[in-house]
Design a protein around this ligand. Structure first.
Ligand SMILES: Cc1cc2nc3c(=O)[nH]c(=O)nc-3n(C[C@H](O)[C@H](O)[C@H](O)COP(=O)(O)OP(=O)(O)OC[C@H]3O[C@@H](n4cnc5c(N)ncnc54)[C@H](O)[C@@H]3O)c2cc1C
Length: 407
């Protein structure tokens, strides 16, 4: 078995946002600074108050900001968008270098992007997706003067007593009448619990920690998870790892059913409204039946096994009692929404779920969660922009209502 200098390290998303020395899961210095919008410029200045604060300048936050601007709010004064990342690009700026737009799912254009002559559909497939998206988002922010303030980390949100919020940041507080949280999920990768995981002697990484297939050269790699990221990792590792094995919770289906997306989003919408666990979109859509994926399935690379039952120091034990020796595990097992800074608002229902309808919190009439649950894709984030912005403007006009009772 190949040792490798990272072997034996149990890498967790410890380099996540808000922790010293890193931003959004990227190791120090690893994130690009696309569009020259980040880090080295003057420290961002924040107003003491604004009608609307948007937390996050990914697809969801930018889409909301664009619609709010069109509805008459002035970015920088009425509307303040903050982001803790060093540059434009939302979570995309932190994705691994080898990810290309055609190995990602499909990146939808932001509203108004066509006016700028930009479209992801025709963007350069030979460049890293993280560079392309960061470049396009950066140009978009500038063209529409969205005035994103970065790097600004929101550390906590409190009700201010007048129906609005006090948004605490590492650059000072902002009072706001309406809050739109569009913080995405990248900082909160989810790993299911497995007996024995802590005692595994090999390398364990979650999706945001993945940098390059080279880190796994010569290793026997287990990839866990049934989404596009898992498929991408397996395809990259094919000629680099000593062997790969794929485990998924549900059987994998490669399909090109055009109606599946709509049904999947509707099911996720219903779950979000009811505060039930959100089904992953891919569980409803299946994986894309591209010629590359079908060929990889035919040659045995993309053939998933059901989940193992436990993890042992040098591998995993399957339900039938057989053992697979493994040197590394990649957990591509999804994400949870980044809501830590909203904890003082006590949004969680008994059981831990957060109830949201059309992007609006069912607990607080002036709180919106854009890009949450069923909106967690670029197309969903665009939809969030339109529906959330309209509701935000209505909320600004409405008299202040009491928040729903907690408990
Ligand atoms: C590997 C991978 C590939 C994907 N590929 C696709 C794809 O091809 N097509 C697709 O439609 N979807 C894809 N997705 C889903 C993806 O999450 C969405 O497409 C989209 O990028 C999410 O946009 P967002 O604005 O909700 O979140 P993000 O892009 O994550 O933006 C959230 C922003 O909020 C900021 N933020 C968070 N918390 C704070 C805070 N406390 N203070 C200040 N700022 C904060 C972050 O810095 C970040 O910039 C993919 C996801 C993953 C993980």
């Amino acid at each position: 078995m190949t040792g490798g200098k990272t072997h034996g390290a149990n890498v967790t998303p410890g380099a996540g946002p808000g922790r010293a020395g890193s931003v959004d899961g990227a190791p120090d210095g690893a994130g690009p600074d696309p569009g020259g919008l980040g880090g080295s410029g003057p420290a961002p200045v924040l107003p003491g108050s604004a009608d609307v604060v948007v937390v996050g300048a990914g697809q969801a936050g930018l889409s909301v900001a664009w619609h709010l601007r069109r509805l008459g709010l002035a970015p920088g004064s009425d509307l303040v968008v903050v982001d803790r990342g060093p540059g434009a690009g939302g979570a995309w700026q932190h994705r691994w270098e080898s990810l290309r737009l055609d190995t990602a799912h499909k990146v939808d254009d932001l509203p108004g992007m066509k006016e700028l002559g930009l479209s992801f559909a025709t963007a350069d497939r030979s460049r890293a997706a993280r560079e392309v998206v960061a470049d396009y988002y950066g140009r978009y922010e500038q063209a529409f003067s969205l005035d994103v303030r970065r790097p600004v980390e929101v550390t906590g949100v409190q009700e201010s007593g007048d129906g609005g919020f006090t948004v605490a940041t590492d650059r000072g507080d902002i009072g706001t009448r309406v809050l739109v949280n569009a913080g995405g999920t990248w900082a909160r990768p989810f790993r299911p619990y497995f007996a024995g995981a802590a005692g595994f002697r090999g390398l364990q990484v979650s999706t945001p920690d993945y940098r390059s297939a080279e880190d796994f050269r010569g290793l026997r790699v287990l990839v866990v998870g049934g989404g596009t990221s898992a498929v991408g990792f397996l395809r990259e590792l094919e000629d680099v790892a000593a062997a790969t094995v794929w485990a998924t919770r549900r059987p994998v289906e490669f399909t090109d059913d055009p109606g599946a997306g709509v049904t999947a989003v509707r099911r996720a919408d219903e779950a979000a409204r009811a505060g039930r666990p959100l089904p992953s979109i891919v569980s409803g859509t299946g994986l894309p039946a591209t010629p590359e994926n079908l060929a990889a399935e035919a040659r045995g690379l993309l053939v998933a096994r059901p989940m193992f039952s436990s993890i042992e120091p040098d591998g995993v034990r399957w339900a039938d009692g057989s053992f697979a020796p493994v040197d590394a595990i990649i957990w591509a097992t999804g994400f949870r929404a980044e809501l830590t800074h909203l904890a003082p608002l006590r949004l969680r229902e008994p059981g831990g779920r957060v109830r949201v309808e059309e992007g609006r919190s069912l607990r607080h009439p002036r709180l919106f969660l854009a890009g949450f649950g069923p909106q967690a894709s670029t197309i969903g984030a665009n939809r969030a922009g339109r529906t959330v912005a309209r509701q935000v403007v209505a909320a600004l006009r409405a008299p202040v209502a009491d928040p729903a009772p907690v408990g």
